[in-house]
Design a protein around this ligand. Structure first.
Ligand SMILES: Cc1cc2nc3c(=O)[nH]c(=O)nc-3n(C[C@H](O)[C@H](O)[C@H](O)COP(=O)(O)OP(=O)(O)OC[C@H]3O[C@@H](n4cnc5c(N)ncnc54)[C@H](O)[C@@H]3O)c2cc1C
Length: 472
């Protein structure tokens, strides 16, 4: 397994990452990307610990073959998530889990491309790669798929087929972490029509591939003036990027699905990749909710309101919401079954059930936290400089403290809360938790399709059959 330092050194590969109109020369040393690259490097160093060991590779990149493997997967994913307290959504275990499930199901791919998914997973595991993904068409119009859009190949698609591979052109959204990843899995999870076969592709591309450009949204890390003022932004801003492919050559060995609309669905759903990858996402989400519940509990105690019945009720609601996600993670593991290829799949009903609520659950958690902190998050000095200035510090010490909590501790806590609920980083996280697995109607669609309605309907039918007009 490679070290964090090896990962960081590998990032200078000629990648075209754009910020403010110019290409960044070296992401590992640029203020927008260096902090998250360092955090990912820390994860790779952590992976040398016993929780991750599996035949000499990181178990998070290997298909779980037993119930014990699944439990060990959760433990390792939890170690990584706890390192960032869940604030890095697309850590390398997310797409790593997709790659693992692909490789466990070569039969879900066209025969000539199936060896490529096996080689992909082996490369990810043996080289401990950080793979990001972009699997959603750019938001041009959702009224029709891309074949009906004006202009050729706006969504990334096949521009040319060659003997040794394909040339792809167009764009795809939205590679979280793409700027500091090793490779990006590019595909399309949105339903396509028969006219869209040019877009029905899946491949892995090195971020430094010739012709690939990453247009990043505004990075927040450079504006994070200090760790004290922005404790989350300063370490965990993953960045998100629109990918643009200017005729990028993809050798056949890197192609997994080719002009095959049904193959795209099989890739995500028949392989179990969507379930395993999103179970990892819920493991991470549970860790983050625990952190937010802890923040709320601490703020309430510092402000001396934690014994008021109304506040206890709000903290109780937070506890309920957090427990719901924690329990769903465990329920998905408890009800897991091996599939026909021997991969242990977390239970889809438990997983999608809680995922379907995420777009309401996360904003509700933020609303409770906002309610509990009141103006305390604004009653903080402008920056850490006010804490070290002899002119301003005495007022802060005198007026910005709580019983038993000196000013520095209080300010530190409330600045952390602001970075979790109010900063630009926090706003992006709000959007992330609502959309990372698809728009809310998509997530609820998964819940609908995976819930055992047959049993629910049978219960209603049997009850209805138990009486009629003659029943006393
Ligand atoms: C912070 C962040 C990070 C992300 N990271 C990644 C990533 O790493 N990789 C990746 O591939 N993607 C990523 N995404 C993209 C994510 O997958 C998409 O946002 C998601 O699939 C929804 O697509 P959309 O944003 O185009 O929204 P849309 O699908 O355009 O939805 C916008 C609104 O229109 C409604 N709507 C659209 N179509 C319908 C319909 N048919 N019926 C009813 N309502 C409809 C939706 O309900 C929603 O309210 C990220 C998104 C965010 C916000």
């Amino acid at each position: 397994m490679r070290t964090g330092a090896e990962y960081l050194a590998s990032l200078k590969d000629g990648r075209r990452v754009y910020v403010d109109g110019v290409a960044v020369d070296d992401v590992a040393h640029h203020p927008a990307f260096a902090p998250i690259a360092r955090t990912i490097a820390e994860l790779f160093d952590l992976a040398h610990g016993p929780a991750f060991a599996h035949d000499g590779v990181n178990r998070l990149f290997v298909p779980p073959r037993s119930r014990e493997d699944l439990t060990a997967f959760r433990s390792a994913a939890t170690v990584w998530a706890e390192h960032t307290h869940g604030w890095v959504g697309r850590s390398p275990d997310h797409v790593g889990a997709f790659a693992a499930a692909f490789a466990a199901h070569p039969e879900a791919f066209a025969e000539r491309l199936a060896p490529n998914v096996v080689a992909f997973q082996r490369r990810v595991a043996e080289q401990s790669l950080y793979v990001s993904y972009a699997i959603v068409p750019p938001q041009v119009s959702r009224a029709t798929p891309a074949s009906a859009w004006e202009g050729d190949l706006i969504q990334v698609g096949v521009a040319e087929e060659r003997a040794d591979g394909i040339v792809v052109r167009g764009a795809q959204m939205l590679a979280t972490g793409g700027a500091v990843a090793d490779e990006i899995l590019v595909s399309c999870i949105k339903p396509l029509t028969a006219e869209d076969t040019d877009f029905a592709i899946s491949f892995a591309v090195p971020v430094g591939a010739a012709g690939l450009k990453l247009h990043c949204r505004r990075p927040y890390a450079p504006a994070a003036t200090s760790r004290f003022d922005y404790p989350l932004t300063s370490r965990f801003d993953e960045t998100d990027a629109l990918l643009v492919f200017d005729d990028v050559f993809i050798p056949w060995e890197r192609v997994f699905v080719y002009r095959d609309i049904a193959g795209l669905r099989r890739q995500f759903f028949e392989t179990g990749a969507h379930v395993l990858g999103n179970w990892q996402a819920q493991i991470r989400f549970a860790v983050k909710l625990r952190f937010l519940a802890g923040l709320a509990r601490k703020v309430a105690a510092v402000n001396g309101v934690d014994r008021f019945p109304g506040v206890v009720e709000k903290l109780g609601e937070l506890a309920s919401l957090t427990s719901l996600v924690e329990s769903a993670v465990l329920a998905a593991e408890y009800a897991a079954q091996p599939d026909d290829q021997g991969m242990w799949r977390p239970d889809a009903q438990a997983l999608y059930g809680v995922m379907g609520l995420q777009a309401e659950l996360y904003p509700r958690v933020l609303a409770i936290l906002r309610d509990l902190v009141g103006g305390g998050v604004l009653q903080v000095p402008s920056s850490v400089a006010d804490m070290t200035s002899a002119e301003t510090r005495p007022d802060i010490d005198r007026y910005v403290h709580s019983p038993g909590v000196p000013a520095e501790e209080r300010v530190k806590l409330f600045k952390l809360v602001w970075d979790a609920i109010g900063s630009e980083f926090a706003g992006r996280h709000h959007q992330y938790e609502m959309f990372y697995a698809g728009a809310p109607f998509v997530a609820k669609g998964y819940a609908f399709r995976n819930y055992d309605f047959d049993t629910a309907l049978a219960a209603v039918d049997s009850f209805l059959a138990s009486y009629d007009t003659e029943t006393p």
